[in-house]
Design a protein around this ligand. Structure first.
Ligand code: ADP
Ligand code: MG
Length: 239
């Protein structure tokens, strides 16, 4: 096995983190092997979004380490992590509603690659190409999510964190979002850490999955193992 495939895209070791005086994540261990898809599952308030923010650097651990592609990035700011090929698609989409679609795409592009970035993004989502001059806030929910996803095409991303991309969208749009994610993985071999209310869809895409409960990883395994577990089936049936 070559080094590039054996070094994980992401490794959290003993991560404890939270906000000001509240500890949310406790001693979290999690690995995203290079080129693989990992699902992070858990009830509302479990700390899934906090975990993704800890990966992208918006939340700093009080103990433990975050490694990206074999490098300790625990002390690095979010923009420095982004430059290493980390892309966080946050819950709520993280787009600038008062900027145009084109301006939103430009914000994500690398210097000197602005036109190329727009070309690749609108190729992936042709509907955005027709809306370049429109304010992002006037797009439909599905189009806003596409704009949020388009940033994965503006740079050469190596690990993408996707937080609740399907929230509030019509089933047909959810299909398109998942098809897009499948395409990125198949075409570019990008690694994904995905949080989604449609647990079955996330598990179908993923090779491994982790269950987070009250900030602790309480269960992990291959997606297949987890889908077959009684305790897990019970959890799934209530979601
Ligand atoms: P999930 O994504 O699994 O629903 P979150 O990570 O959003 O969970 O939230 C986990 C806990 O952290 C919740 O109790 C939530 O209220 C709290 N929390 C989330 N964001 C903040 C914040 N910015 N400041 C303080 N507490 C927060
Ligand atoms: Mg969340």
């Amino acid at each position: 096995m070559s080094e590039s495939t054996s070094v994980p895209a992401l490794e959290l070791k003993g991560v404890t983190a939270g906000y000001e005086n509240t500890t949310i994540l406790r001693d979290v261990q999690l690995v995203v092997p290079a080129g693989s898809v990992v699902a992070l599952i858990g009830p509302n308030g479990a700390g899934k979004s906090t975990l993704l923010k800890t990966v992208s650097g918006l939340v700093k651990p009080t103990s433990g380490t975050v490694q990206l592609f074999g490098e300790d990035v625990t002390e690095l700011q979010p923009n420095r992590r982004a430059r290493k090929g980390l892309c966080h698609i946050p819950e709520g989409r993280g787009i600038y509603k008062r900027l145009t679609v084109r301006e939103n795409l430009l914000m994500q592009a690398d210097a000197g690659d602005e036109e190329g970035a727009i070309e690749r993004a609108t190729e992936a989502f042709p509907v955005l190409g027709k809306r370049l001059q429109q304010l992002a806030g006037t797009l439909s929910g599905g189009e806003q999510q596409m704009l949020s996803m388009a940033r994965t095409y503006t740079r050469d991303q190596r690990l993408i964190l996707v937080d609740e991309a399907s929230l509030g969208l019509a089933p047909i749009i959810v299909d398109a979002i998942f098809a897009f994610l499948h395409r990125i993985v198949a075409e570019k071999g990008t690694s994904l850490l995905i949080v989604d209310q449609f647990v079955h869809r996330a598990l179908d895409m993923a090779q491994t999955a982790y269950v987070l409960n009250r900030g602790e990883i309480t269960l992990w395994g291959t997606s297949e193992e987890l889908s077959n577990m009684d305790v897990f089936a019970e959890y799934l049936s209530s979601h």
